[in-house]
Ligand binder design. Structure first.
Ligand SMILES: Nc1ncnc2c1ncn2[C@@H]1O[C@H](COP(=O)(O)OP(=O)(O)O)[C@@H](O)[C@H]1O
Ligand SMILES: [Mg+2]
Length: 337
C-alpha cells in the first residue's frame, strides 16, 4: 500500500527546463521525509505538484489516499501547506489572518479565535498580533505563514523551506512544533537547505538533483554510504588556504572542500590518527598556523556534496554571488533579528 504521500514518475517541464524528470516518492504515514537538493533541483516544483498548485506533465501522485490529479479539491482539504508561495493577506492583521484560515476550514468563529491566540503565542507573534501583516519583518511573516499552515492539523503537511529566514530561536521552536505534530500522526514532507534540520527531523531523506531523486535513506544510511573519515582543518590565516588545500590534497581520497569565511578545509581520508599526525607535521613544515584540526565522521553535508557535487560552485540561478559553497545565502537581517 502506498504511503500518505506517494509519487511515481512525476515530470514537469517549463519550456526548455525539465524541472522534474521522473520523481518517485513514498512517505509512510506518520513520518517525515526531508527533501534535500541544491537550488533549482526541483524541490518546490515537487511540492507544488503534490499540493495541486501545478499540474505535472506526466506521472501519478496520491496524497492522503487521494489521487492528486483526479481529486484536487479533496486533496486540498486534507493537506496543510506552508512555503515560498503561501498566502498571507497583507492587509489583515496576524490574528485576522489566522482566524480567516480557521473559518476557511469551517471552524466555528469562537474556536478559530482560540486557535489563533494559541498559535500567535507559540510563534512569538502575540505582540504583533493586531498589526497588519504588511508591517511584519520577513522573519515574522514566515512565522505567520507557518502558523497559518497549522491552524487545523491536517493528516498530511508540506513545508517548503520552513525555517529559511528564521533566527535560531524560532527555528528551534518550529522544530518542536513539528515534532509534536508528527507525534500526533501527521505525515510531513519538508524541504530544507539546512541539512542539520533534515538530520534532526526527517525519518528519511530523499536527495533531489536535476529533477530526480538520486539517493534516499535515513541520515545514518546515507552517511554510511558516503563512508570514511574526514580531516577538518581551520587555518589561522586566510592567505594560507591555498597551501593548506594543496597539503590536504596530498593526503586525501577525494575533493577538498573549502569554506572561505570560516577558513575551514575538509578532505575525506583513510588512515585515522596516524594520518592526522602526518597532516599536522606537513602543515607545520609549510609554516601554516592552524586554529583547529581533527578527524570526524561524515556529516549530512558531506553526503550532499558527494552526491550532488555542488560543493564549490552552485549552478543555481538563485545561488549567484553571495551564496556560499553550498549555495546558501548569507544570513539575512531577519535571521539576525
Ligand atoms: N514557473 C516556472 N517557470 C519556469 N521555470 C521554472 C518555474 N518554476 C521553476 N522553474 C525552474 O525549474 C527548476 C526547478 O525549480 P524549483 O522546483 O523551484 O527548485 P528548488 O525548489 O529545488 O530550488 C529550476 O530550473 C527553475 O528555474
Ligand atoms: Mg524551492
Amino acid at each position: 500500500m502506498p504511503g500518505a504521500i506517494y509519487a511515481e514518475g512525476l515530470v514537469k517541464t517549463f519550456g526548455d527546463v525539465r524541472a522534474l524528470d521522473g520523481v518517485d516518492l513514498d512517505v509512510p504515514e506518520g513520518t517525515v521525509l526531508g527533501l534535500l537538493g541544491p537550488n533549482g533541483a526541483g524541490k518546490t516544483t515537487t511540492v507544488r505538484c503534490l499540493t495541486t498548485l501545478l499540474r505535472p506533465d506526466s506521472g501519478r501522485a496520491v496524497v492522503a489516499g487521494l489521487d492528486v490529479l483526479r481529486q484536487p479539491n479533496e486533496v486540498r482539504r486534507s493537506i496543510g501547506l506552508s512555503g515560498q508561495f503561501a498566502a498571507v493577506d497583507e492587509y489583515l492583521t496576524g490574528r485576522e489572518n489566522l482566524q480567516m484560515v480557521g473559518q476557511l476550514y469551517q471552524m466555528r468563529a469562537r474556536a478559530a479565535k482560540v486557535r489563533a491566540v494559541e498559535l500567535l503565542e507559540q510563534f512569538n507573534l502575540t505582540d504583533a498580533a493586531d498589526r497588519p501583516a504588511k508591517t511584519y519583518s520577513g522573519g515574522m511573516r514566515r512565522r505567520l505563514d507557518l502558523a497559518a499552515a497549522l491552524v487545523v492539523s491536517p493528516p498530511v503537511m508540506f513545508m517548503d523551506e520552513p525555517t529559511t529566514g528564521l533566527d535560531p530561536r524560532n527555528r528551534q521552536m518550529l522544530w518542536e512544533v513539528i515534532k509534536e505534530l508528527v507525534s500526533g500522526g501527521t505525515t510531513l514532507l519538508l524541504t530544507t537547505q539546512y541539512l542539520e534540520e533534515a538530520d534532526h527531523l526527517a525519518h528519511e531523506i530523499a536527495v533531489v538533483d536535476q529533477g530526480r531523486v538520486i539517493a534516499r535513506g535515513t541520515s545514518d544510511e546515507l552517511k554510511a554510504r558516503t563512508g570514511g573519515e574526514r580531516v577538518e582543518v581551520v587555518v589561522h590565516d586566510r592567505e594560507h588556504i591555498p597551501t593548506a588545500s594543496e597539503v590536504l590534497r596530498g593526503f586525501g581520497k577525494g575533493d577538498t572542500t573549502v569554506e572561505e569565511h570560516t577558513r575551514r578545509l575538509t578532505v575525506p581520508v583513510s588512515g585515522g590518527a596516524k594520518l592526522l599526525a602526518e597532516v599536522i607535521r606537513e602543515l607545520d613544515a609549510r609554516g601554516i598556523e592552524i586554529d583547529d584540526i581533527g578527524l570526524r565522521r561524515p556529516t549530512l553535508d558531506d553526503v550532499f556534496l558527494s552526491l550532488t557535487g555542488h560543493m564549490a560552485e552552485s549552478t543555481d540561478p538563485d545561488g549567484g554571488p553571495g551564496a556560499d559553497a553550498r549555495g546558501r545565502k548569507p544570513k539575512t537581517k531577519e535571521e539576525a533579528q
